[in-house]
Each structure stands twice: as structure tokens, then as C-alpha cells.
Design a protein around this ligand. Sequence first.
Ligand code: NDP
Ligand SMILES: O=C1OC[C@@H](O)[C@H](O)[C@H]1O
Length: 371
Amino acid sequence: MSSVFGVFKRVYAAFISPPRPPNVEDNNASPPLRIGILGAAAIAPPALVLPAKSHPEVELYAIAARNISRAENFAKKHGFKKWYGGKDGYQVLLNDPAIDIVYNPLPNGLHYEWTMKALAAGKHVLLEKPSGNTAEETRRMFSLADQKGLVLLEAFHYRFHPAIQRVRAIIDSGELGAIKEVNATLAFPNLGLIGNNDIRMNYDLGGGAMMDCGCYPLSCVRYLAFDNPSAVISATAVRYPRDPRIDTGTTAKLTFASPTPGFLPRWPEISVRAICERGSIEMFNFVMPVIYHSITVAPDGGVTRTEKAEEWWSTYRYQLEAFVDKIKGRTPQTWMSAEDSIANMEWVEKIYEESGLGSRPQSTYVHPTAS
Ligand SMILES: NC(=O)C1=CN([C@@H]2O[C@H](COP(=O)(O)OP(=O)(O)OC[C@H]3O[C@@H](n4cnc5c(N)ncnc54)[C@H](OP(=O)(O)O)[C@@H]3O)[C@@H](O)[C@H]2O)C=CC1
Ligand SMILES: O=C1OC[C@@H](O)[C@H](O)[C@H]1O
């Protein structure tokens, strides 16, 4: 059982003062990769700013916000050298030749436009999840990244943590036999934190629970099943009274070509459970494992055991490590491919179609090189 002290210690290390990795020497031979952020988004500090502070090969360089004072405050608070603001602030940041990496934590409906512009400006892009409003947007972004020889990564940070990788390794080892079913959930009570003006409640900006939380369990089920679904059996959305095109929760059941994995969110939970031919495996907290997680392996007729991955970095820090490795031409410990990101968006759209809400609107931005 993890002690309360242990939880505090890990949260401090992950989100307040991340330790530097052992045996990694600062590479003074090449200048650091300079990071620019589009938008002073709430997720930027935990997902990139803090992880970057313990990465010897990156520099927090510039922030752009629609309001210059907001950008300046963010820059000063987090130690950025430059800030840009105003209606052209995002583009001015992209025009800065000193920037190598752009982090895009804009609302989902703006992911496509600003990732295309960042790639056109020759920047590598760390793109928040879900990658776009539609799979077509995702295809176009990865196609442009490929053409330009740039690294584009959808920030499904949980994939980079050893805990979920351990779950997959146990399944792959065959100890429990083939998967029969996988259930995954990510659901939180609102607790008044998400107001009516939140981007998650805005249809045009790509709002909705399936886009926000739902894309994680979908991604996780696909990851553990090592496969894509073959059909949506059912999908039910709880509609937001102020705008019924927005779901405040979605439950979906999918079928896969091989046995019968499914995606069956329950509420409120942050867990994934695979039922296999000869037992089951469950991971509690696959999204934020650094705070606390447990992996329970229950072989049929055998002794149930609980495992934990060695956890000293947040999922975001592992993700940044892999992203920088990829840019530097090294082999990252794991990767989230273009095909994976595209497939996840395809199934988000199929689930929305089945639930009757339909896909989020495709961006109206027309990229000069995109036909
Ligand atoms: N990886 C993770 O764990 C998480 C990922 N996310 C993802 O990150 C993204 C941002 O989420 P979050 O940080 O919670 O959102 P916020 O609302 O805090 O940030 C969104 C930013 O987008 C900018 N923006 C530009 N145009 C608009 C507009 N028309 N309306 C509103 N904002 C606009 C704003 O920047 P400006 O400062 O210029 O005004 C704002 O800071 C989403 O894609 C979400 O899915 C969110 C939470 C967790
Ligand atoms: O990506 C996310 O992860 C955690 C959730 O609370 C959040 O709403 C979502 O955007």
C-alpha cells in the first residue's frame, strides 16, 4: 500500500521539482532545442513546462497568447525568454527562427490549423490530444510532417509510462492467455471545475467528453488489444442540456476481429481491465500513474499479485524524453505512430456517429499545400 508520504513525494518530484535523469550528461556540443508554446493553456505547465525544466536538451523559450499581458505573465512566471501576443501572436511565434519545437495545447478545434502552420514554419510539433476534430485532419497533419521531415507527436502521455507498458508486457507474455475483453474508463465528477465557457463545452472548438477524456480509454483499449476495433456495437452519450451536440459522458462497446475486446467506460473510474482466457489484469490509474497506480494480475486458479512500475517521472516527462530522442535521431523507448493517432480519431468519430451526436466540425482552415 502506498503511503500518503509516498504520494506527496512522487507528486513533488513529478509536478514541482522533477529530478534530472541519472547518467545523462548535458550535451553541450549542440544548442538546446528551443520550445515555443501556442496559448497560455492550463495544461501547459504540468504537461510541458515542468518536464522541460529537467530535460538537459531543451530550453523554454517563447510563449504566445492572444492577450500580450497574459503571455508576459506566463513567460515571467515560468522563465521563458520571449513572449508574443495580440491577434497575430501565434503566427509571430511560429515565424521566430530560433524556435525548434512548438507545443500546441490549443482547443481541439484549433489543433489542425495551428499544427499545419507550425509544420509549414519548419517546427517539430508536440500536439495535445485528441490530435484534431476529425481523422481527416489528423491524416493531413501527419502527411505534412512526413513531407517536411519533422516530428509530430500526439501527446498521449500515458503510453510513455512504464506502468502501462508493464501491463502490455504481461498480456504479451501469454501468461494469462489471449484477451477476451478489455474495459477502460476515464471519468471525473465535474465538481464545478468545468464551467459553461470551458473549451470542453464548446462544439465548434471540438468539445465533448469523448474528445476530452474518452479518447484515452479508447486509445488504451486499442493499445492493450494490439488491434483496432472492427465495429461499434453500441455507443450512448449523455447530452449537455445547453448544447445537445456536446456529450458530458459517453459509453461505448466495440468489437474486435480477434476474440472480443470491448470499450466499456464506467463512472467514475480511471482504470483498465483485460479479461483473458486464463485470468485477468487490471491497472488502476493508467492516466496519472506517477501519483498512484497498481497493477493486479489474477491468473485463474493461481495467486493474485500486485505489481507497481518504478515511477519517478510523470507520464509527461517520459513523453518529452521520447519526443526529444526522436528529434535527435535516437530511438525513443516507445512511440505513438501516425497510424495510431489516425486510427484513434477514426474510432472517436465512429463512436460519435453511433451515439447520434456526429463528429466535431472539420476545421475550415485551408492550408496552402493541402488539397
Ligand atoms: N495531456 C493532458 O493531460 C491534457 C490535455 N489537454 C488538452 O490540452 C488542450 C487544452 O486544454 P486546457 O489546457 O485544459 O485548455 P485551456 O482552455 O486552459 O487552454 C486553451 C488555450 O487555447 C487558447 N485559445 C485560442 N483560441 C481560443 C478560443 N477561441 N477559446 C478558448 N481558448 C482559446 C487560449 O490561449 P490564450 O492564452 O492565447 O488565450 C487558452 O489558453 C486540449 O486539446 C485538451 O484536450 C487538457 C488537459 C489535460
Ligand atoms: O486530457 C485530459 O486529461 C485529464 C482530464 O481531466 C482532462 O479534462 C483532459 O483534457
